[in-house]
Design a binder for this molecule. Structure first.
Ligand SMILES: [Zn+2]
Length: 307
């Protein structure tokens, strides 16, 4: 399988910004971790790809790594999806109910909106790496994700955008092709230019059809900006979780005194086993360590109370 890539580009002399990504190997990796149904695989892949596209619009040259989190919580049987990505190209993603199923559409395509739901919310949290994180929330408009992301960009970040996302899953099931394209209009684009751009994006074949024909992200960008494409950079895209025993300890402390105490009570003499929701790695936390974490939380809250 070829390596996944993210290509960032400008068009219209810098007045339009575009990001295109092939994510086939990354989405296949997510499938092997979470073992989702084919329809949830498509939904999870679109959301993970969408997070990578959003993340790529933040600069990577700040002191702290910028991180973008995309959450989709619809009224469908899959529950909540979460994907986190960085402009350096890593992404991780998870879903409440990977086993959720839906009948295919009449045309035989996977019905992503039926597992996601067509009402609910899409939440984007951006930690730009400097200053405070910010958050935008929009209502879902379709549950197919691409349109929902375009609405988020338009309403919450005031950049009118066109978004295409695609994941092609064969019944085995494995991910054959996955990718996405996002084109954002920056200030100074005329109405005629905006119409022409949206006509070109609408005229593109789906990203999975193009990948099947051997055409990658750079070629989609060239089709959108045939005369004035300016490629900024190409970055590998890949799955990475980044969890560690240290982070598990920090997460446990965030749960608070009562939760840690109840874990200690439940575990009797056994160590507590915790599984990372993003990569399914298991962490064994001995009771002594839990007791130490509890003590630390108590001391910290004691300090807060007395100050
Ligand atoms: Zn993990």
């Amino acid at each position: 399988m070829p390596e996944d890539t993210i290509v960032r580009a400008l068009g219209l002399g810098g007045r339009a910004r575009a990001v295109a990504a092939e994510t086939t190997a990354t989405v296949e990796r997510l499938r092997t971790i979470h073992d989702p149904s084919p329809t949830v695989t498509a939904a999870l892949g679109r959301i993970a790809t969408g997070a990578l596209l959003l993340a790529a619009s933040l600069e990577k040259t700040t002191r702290r790594e910028p991180v973008t989190t995309l959450e989709v919580e619809g009224d469908g049987p899959a529950g909540r999806f979460i994907a986190t990505a960085s402009p350096t190209g890593w992404v991780r993603a998870t879903v409440d109910h990977p086993e959720a199923q839906a009948e295919p559409r009449p045309d035989g395509k996977l019905n992503v909106a039926a597992v996601v739901g067509d009402s609910g919310t899409l939440i984007v949290t951006r930690d730009p790496g400097i200053g405070e994180p910010y958050r935008g929330v929009v209502d879902l408009v379709s549950g197919e994700i691409a349109k929902d992301l375009a609405r988020y960009l338009d309403e919450s970040e005031q950049t009118p955008a066109a978004v295409l996302l695609g994941v092609f899953v064969v019944p085995t099931p494995s991910v054959q092709h996955a990718g996405g394209l996002m084109v954002q209009l920056l200030p100074g684009v005329s109405d005629a230019e905006a119409r022409e751009l949206s006509r070109r994006v609408a005229g593109l074949e789906t990203v999975t059809t193009q990948l099947r024909a051997g055409r990658g992200p750079e070629e989609w960008l060239r089709a959108v900006f045939p005369k004035d494409l300016e490629i900024l950079d190409t970055t590998p895209a890949f799955f990475r979780c980044g969890c560690s025993r240290d982070r598990v300890d920090r997460a446990l402390k965030l749960l608070g005194e009562a939760e840690i105490r109840s874990l200690l009570d439940q575990s009797l003499a056994e160590p507590v086993e915790l599984v990372c929701g993003f990569c399914r790695s298991a962490y064994t936390v001995p009771r002594d360590d839990l007791a130490r974490l509890l003590l630390e939380v108590e001391q910290e809250s004691g300090r807060k109370a007395s100050s």
